[in-house]
Design a protein around this ligand. Structure first.
Ligand SMILES: [Zn+2]
Length: 803
């Protein structure tokens, strides 16, 4: 049971002026010690309230200097009863177990060198697993932190380091932040530090990744500084905090987290071997995204979780914009258009869709809030804000944003506060725009039709105004014209493009389904890879994803389109995104098990052609990766392993493990050979690589062994995910049938570990097209009492399956 909206409102009405002194002791390996002194004011009329503290042991509570034993602690909350109006101090001492699922004080021992790392990567309902607190966003507080850790460690936290000696660390007291944005990252980090604009900066990673940090340090620093300087131009409020550390941490359940002054990233963003192009571009956008949160979310914070969009949609929009304008990563937006926006269209078709800005009452507790961090709040919100900027003009948009940030600095805000600031900045009808775009669900359709003279005419089915680019092509898919048009209630004829193919929304300016007329569709079907503009090809691929998901296009036709157009594709990011989508969604949602091998063979042949003709190492890596996922002939992959290369290209560890997993799934590598691969690469990549490969083997015993790994109640989040990925290997439907049932039976118990692990469990849904009988089993399972996060993911899966 998580905190409810009602409880949060009641508590915010009686508690104010909160500050924390937190003392952590990380020297023991089974539990950590924490002493929290909470000072706060109780407002009239007084009422009973509580602090949260999850999984505390040996709890001791002192209220205003008076020993209260365990204070009535129930394993979840410390009740605060009978407090008079005025100032109080409550001290809570406890020991708390570490976790291995990222949902608390996470501990990880690096298999590469035996070094231990621990970290509190907070977020929803996690701060209370670290220290006793009023765990809600609108009770912002200053936090003074000390940490005792093994002497060889570096400890990083929100505030700048004031003192460190013999494993004792003291940090500058933070400005007013929500408990959810608290962070500690401790271990023998490799660090790269410098100063810029008078502020200390640092990038940090596990000691075993020191060479990779060194390799990328110049790029990571350049992106950081470029974004920092660009934000200084966009925003009137100066950077609010006293330092800017960025830590690549193990086991993070999110891509990254915007902790004030100390951002965390999953350390998969620092891979060994060449960094694939799509990851390099995405990483730049994430760095900019997290930095924008220093203003959107950290300086001005949502009051309750319905306004998640006020943080995530903005950060997502700013991330791509500033990665391009500030750091020069202009290609990053392509990844949004082809890799992430399609997820938002999927999300917006499901029963679980919600307005970008929902009502507070539609998010009744923190467990439901955990389901809002979805493609609607990120990718749709980003796209909608892009449309807002197109519609409003950039200067007006930024004027409104700056008013909002200054007005709510170190405070909390809601949708209404943001709209009021925007409204003051503009003479356009901002409030109607917000109602149409932010308060509704679903999306419009923009259709191309032809009149008798062959003139293309744009029609909008829906309610929203759109300002979009339309691009015209000749029969050879060569661009011959392009212009911005407004599409609303009335059809828009384009007489200058008579007889030509046209693509509306050609740079992805809006969020709408695109339906082409037959003539334009024919040009696309044969000439997609010849369309010159990357963004336009992304929009066209997205249109095809929509058509196959909504059953306008058969999966076999879709796979043929991929096979025809992908080998000629020039962007590595597009190749990876199209393949990810095809393998991750089209196959398991639309292709019956019996037809999967033929689809895989078609894709393997397309990847092989692409690899043969690849004009850059990035393209070659993208096609090689797709080939490793799909080929059914072990010989070429065994050749890669033997030469540790793909032709001229060195085999990066991630690609080698992909090949190993596929070989294992084909029955071409036994346990001994997999163990030898593990011995060759003894770090954390090897550990999860071995687990995935062992689970992929096509035998009943291998599947049973994999099941024992994932059902261990202490399994860590990364091992769980890799073993599941291996388990659900394509082409093994008969072998996997019993495990579809077992997953539906056992996943609810696993998901009870916490919101974050429930996400991990939900994402491990069987990656094969369910039979009708299995789909009925899913329906029946949904009738049971399920953890909120898991229910949401299962309902989404069912909607995607039958939709
Ligand atoms: Zn974010």
């Amino acid at each position: 049971m998580s905190l409810t909206l009602t409880e949060a409102r009641d508590r915010a009405a009686v508690v104010s002026d909160v500050s924390y002194d937190v003392d952590l002791d990380l020297t023991d390996t089974a539990t950590f010690g924490v002493r929290t002194a909470v000072r706060f004011t109780v407002l009239p009329p007084t009422a009973d309230t509580f602090l949260e503290l999850a999984h505390g042991r040996e709890v001791r509570v002192t209220v205003d200097g008076e020993d209260r034993d365990d204070g009535g602690y129930d394993g979840r909350r410390v009740p605060l009863t009978g407090l008079a109006t005025g100032a109080h101090e409550v001290v809570v001492d406890a020991r708390v177990p570490y976790v291995t699922d990222g949902d608390g004080m996470h501990t990880m021992t690096d298999p590469a060198d035996g070094e231990r790392y621990v970290g509190a990567y907070c977020g929803m309902d996690i701060a209370q697993k670290i220290f006793a607190c009023f765990d809600q966003n609108d009770l912002k507080a200053t936090i003074a932190l000390t940490v005792t850790a093994p002497p060889a460690w570096t400890v990083l936290a929100n505030g700048a380091t004031l003192e460190s000696a013999d494993g004792h660390w003291r940090f500058a007291t933070t400005l007013r932040i929500p408990p959810a944005l608290f962070v500690v990252a401790a271990g023998p980090w490799a660090s790269y530090r410098w100063e810029h604009a008078g502020l200390p900066f640092g990038w940090h990673a596990r000691a075993s990744l020191a060479a990779e940090l060194d390799r990328d340090a110049a790029e990571l620093r350049a992106i950081t500084e470029g974004c920092y300087d660009h934000f200084a131009e966009l925003f009137e409020e100066p950077y609010p905090f006293d330092s800017y550390d960025q830590v690549l941490v193990p086991g993070l359940n999110w891509g990254a987290q915007e902790m004030p002054g100390c951002v965390t990233y999953r350390d998969e963003y620092l891979p060994r071997g060449a960094v694939p192009e799509d990851l390099r571009l995405f990483r730049a956008a994430v760095i900019a995204h997290e930095m924008s949160h220093m203003w959107f979310g950290d300086l001005a914070t949502m009051t309750w979780w319905e306004d998640t969009w006020l943080q995530e949609s903005f950060a997502d929009y700013m991330g791509y914009r500033v990665a391009a304008d500030g750091a020069g990563f202009h290609g990053a937006l392509l990844g949004h258009e082809v890799g992430r926006k399609p997820n938002a269209y999927d999300a917006d078709r499901r029963r679980s869709t919600h307005p970008v800005a929902p009502e507070a009452e539609d998010v009744p507790d923190v467990d439901s809030a955990a389901t809002i961090f979805d493609a609607i709040s990120y990718s749709k919100g980003n796209s909608v804000l892009r449309q807002l900027v197109t519609w409003l003009g950039d200067e007006t948009f930024l004027r409104g944003v700056n008013t909002y940030l200054t007005r709510f600095r170190f405070a909390n805000a809601t949708l209404d506060d943001f709209v009021a600031a925007l409204d003051e900045a503009s003479d356009r009808d901002v409030r109607s725009w917000v109602e149409l775009w932010l308060r509704t669900t679903g999306f419009d359709t923009i259709r191309v039709e032809r009149d008798e003279a062959g003139v293309p005419v744009l029609h909008r089915d829906g309610t929203r105004p759109h300002r979009i680019r339309v691009t015209a092509y000749d029969d050879g898919a060569r661009e011959v014209g392009s212009e911005l048009v407004d599409v609303a209630d009335d059809p828009v004829p384009l007489p200058s493009y008579a007889g030509l193919a046209v693509v509306p929304n050609s740079h992805g300016e809006t969020f709408a389904r695109i339906v082409l007329d037959d003539a334009s569709a024919a040009v696309v079907a044969t000439g997609l890879c010849r369309v010159d503009d990357d963004l336009t090809r992304a929009v066209l691929w997205t249109m095809l994803f929509d058509r196959v998901q909504t059953r306008q296009l058969g999966p076999d036709e879709f796979v043929d389109l991929v096979a025809r157009n992908l080998p000629g594709e020039r962007s590595a990011t597009m190749v990876s995104s199209v393949l990810n989508r095809t393998l991750g969604r089209v196959l398991p949602l639309r292709v019956p098990a019996a037809e999967a091998p033929a689809a895989l063979a078609t894709l393997a042949s397309a990847c092989s052609t692409g690899l043969e003709h690849a004009t850059s190492p990035d393209l070659a890596r993208a096609f090689a990766s797709g080939y490793a996922d799909t080929c059914d002939d072990p010989e070429p992959l065994l050749g890669w392993l033997a030469s540790d290369a793909v032709g001229e290209l060195p085999l990066a560890p991630a690609l080698r493990w992909r090949a190993v997993r596929r070989l294992a799934a084909l029955g071409a590598l036994d346990a001994e050979a997999i163990a030898a691969e593990g011995a060759r690469d003894a770090g954390s990549d090897g550990r999860v690589g071995v687990a995935a490969a062992l689970a992929a083997r096509p035998t009943a015993q291998a599947k049973a062994d994999a099941w024992a790994v994932v059902s261990d109640p202490d399994v860590d989040n990364r091992l769980f995910t890799s073993a599941m990925e291996g388990l659900w290997s394509p082409g093994q439907a008969d072998l996997l049938a019993p495990y579809v049932d077992r997953y539906l039976d056992e996943a609810p118990t696993w998901a009870a570990r916490g919101q974050a692990f429930a996400q991990v469990v939900g994402r491990a849904f069987p990656a094969l097209l369910l039979t009708e009988q299995q789909t009925d089993r899913l329906r029946t399972a949904l009738e049971d009492d399920l953890p909120t996060v898991l229910r949401r993911q299962w309902e989404d899966r069912l909607d995607d399956l039958v939709g």
